[in-house]
Design a protein around this ligand. Structure first.
Ligand code: KG4
Ligand code: ZN
Length: 354
C-alpha cells in the first residue's frame, strides 16, 4: 500500500492530491482568477499565488484525512514542463517534505500526467493500445499508447497549441481569458456552418493553428475596424463555426490514425478535452469504430494533482525512482520524446513495464 501526496503547480492552478495505490482519496485545486484582468497568465502572480496556497492546501488535505505526515510513502510533484517560477514553488515544497520525512521524491512530467489522466477515474483500465489526443493550453499531442509508460508520439503542433488557438480567437472576439470555455458556451445554439475558416493542408503528423488565428484577425479587421464590440447576436455563429473548425482539425488526424492502426480504445485529455464539441466528436468516433472512448471529467482534464499522483503511482509500481531526485531541477521544457528516453534510462535501457 503506497500513499502519495502529489503537488501540481506548473501554470496557474494550484492543486494537491492524495492517492493510495491507484485510488484517489482526495484532491484540492484552486484556480487563480486574478490573471483574467491581464488577459493571460502572469508568471510572477502565478508563482506568488502558489507560494501563498500550496502549503496550506497540503496541510488541509492531510488534516481532513486525519493523516500524520509520516503516513506518506512518497512525495510527487510536477517537475515540468511549465512556468519555471511556478514549478520551483511546487518543487521546493515537495523537496522540503521529502527531505524532512525521508521519503522518496518523484518528479513527474506534466505531459505524461495528462496522458494518464483518463485512468484517474478508472484505475484498472487496460485497453491498450490506446490512441490519445492530449490538448491543452501549451500542447497538442496525438499519442499511441502501448501502455501507461510506453508510447509513440504520432503528431504534434508546428506552432500554437489547440488551447492557445481557442484562447486567442476568444480574446479577439472580446470574450476574456481564458476564452476556451467561454467560446464553447457562446457556441451553443450557433450555426457551425455559418462561416468557413481555412484549414491548413498538412499530413496526419502535424497540427497548425496559427492560420486560423490570423483569419479571425483579418475577418474582424474587415468587419469591425475597432476590433472591439463584436455584437452579441453575431457571437453564437462565429463561436460555433470556429469551434467546428478547430475541433475538426483536431479530430481528423485522430480518425485517420485510428482507421489505419486500429487501437483498442481512444482517449482525450488536457484542458481542451473539456470542450463540448470535441467530447461529442470523440465519442462519435469511438462509436463508429466500435471501441471505448475515455474522457476524464472536466476536473481531471484541466491541470490537477490527481493525474500527477497517478503518474507517480505508475513510476513507483515499477520502481522507476530517479536516484538523484532531490537535486533535480524543475524543467521549463521537457518534451514527451525526451521524457520517453528518460524513462528508458531509468529502466536500464528497456521499455518500462515490459
Ligand atoms: O490542461 P490545461 O488546464 O492547462 C495546460 O496545461 O495548458 O488547459 C488549459 C486550456 C486553456 O487554453 C483553456 O482555454 C482550454 O484548456 N479549455 C477549453 C475548454 N475548457 C478549457 N478550450 C475549449 N473549450 C473548453 N470548454
Ligand atoms: Zn496541463
Amino acid at each position: 500500500m503506497a500513499l502519495i501526496l502529489a503537488i501540481e503547480s506548473s501554470c496557474d492552478d494550484t492543486s494537491v492530491a492524495l492517492m493510495q495505490d491507484r485510488r484517489l482519496l482526495a484532491m484540492k485545486t484552486g484556480g487563480q482568477a486574478e490573471h483574467a484582468r491581464y488577459g493571460g497568465v502572469v508568471p510572477e502572480i502565478a508563482s506568488r499565488a502558489h507560494q501563498e496556497w500550496l502549503a496550506s492546501l497540503c496541510k488541509g488535505l492531510m488534516d481532513e484525512h486525519g493523516l500524520a505526515w509520516d503516513a506518506l510513502d512518497a512525495i510527487a510533484y510536477t517537475r515540468g514542463p511549465g512556468l519555471l517560477g511556478s514549478l520551483m514553488v511546487g518543487a521546493s515544497l515537495a523537496k522540503g517534505l521529502a527531505l524532512a520525512l525521508n521519503k522518496p521524491l518523484i518528479g513527474v512530467n506534466h505531459l505524461h500526467a495528462h496522458l494518464v489522466s483518463p485512468a484517474v477515474e478508472r484505475p484498472q483500465m487496460d485497453d491498450f493500445p490506446m490512441l490519445t489526443l492530449t490538448v491543452s493550453g501549451g500542447h497538442t499531442h496525438l499519442v499511441w499508447m502501448n501502455s501507461w509508460l510506453d508510447w509513440e508520439l504520432l503528431a504534434e503542433t508546428l506552432d500554437d497549441a489547440a488551447g492557445e488557438a481557442f484562447d486567442k480567437c476568444a480574446k479577439m472576439l472580446g470574450l476574456g481569458y481564458p476564452g476556451g470555455p467561454v467560446l464553447d458556451a457562446k457556441a451553443q445554439g450557433g450555426n457551425p456552418q455559418a462561416y468557413s475558416w481555412p484549414k491548413p493542408k498538412l499530413g496526419i503528423e502535424s497540427y497548425s493553428f496559427s492560420g486560423i488565428k490570423t483569419s479571425v484577425l483579418y475577418f474582424l479587421q474587415k468587419h469591425k475596424p475597432d476590433l472591439r464590440d463584436v455584437p452579441d447576436s453575431a457571437l453564437p455563429d462565429l463561436c460555433a463555426s470556429l469551434q467546428h473548425a478547430l475541433v475538426d482539425m483536431l479530430v481528423q488526424p485522430m480518425k485517420a490514425q485510428a482507421q489505419a492502426r486500429r487501437p483498442r480504445s481512444l482517449a482525450l485529455a488536457g484542458g481542451v478535452a473539456c470542450n463540448s464539441r470535441l467530447r461529442s466528436e470523440g465519442l462519435a468516433l469511438g462509436e463508429a469504430l466500435g471501441i471505448p472512448v475515455y474522457i476524464p471529467a472536466p476536473t481531471y482534464c484541466t491541470d490537477n494533482a490527481a493525474m500527477v499522483a497517478f503518474a507517480a503511482t505508475l513510476l513507483l509500481e515499477q520502481g522507476l525512482i530517479a536516484p538523484g531526485a532531490l537535486v533535480e531541477r524543475p524543467l521549463a521544457r521537457w518534451p514527451l520524446r525526451l521524457y520517453a528516453e528518460d524513462l528508458r534510462s531509468l529502466n536500464h535501457g528497456s521499455v518500462p513495464g515490459s
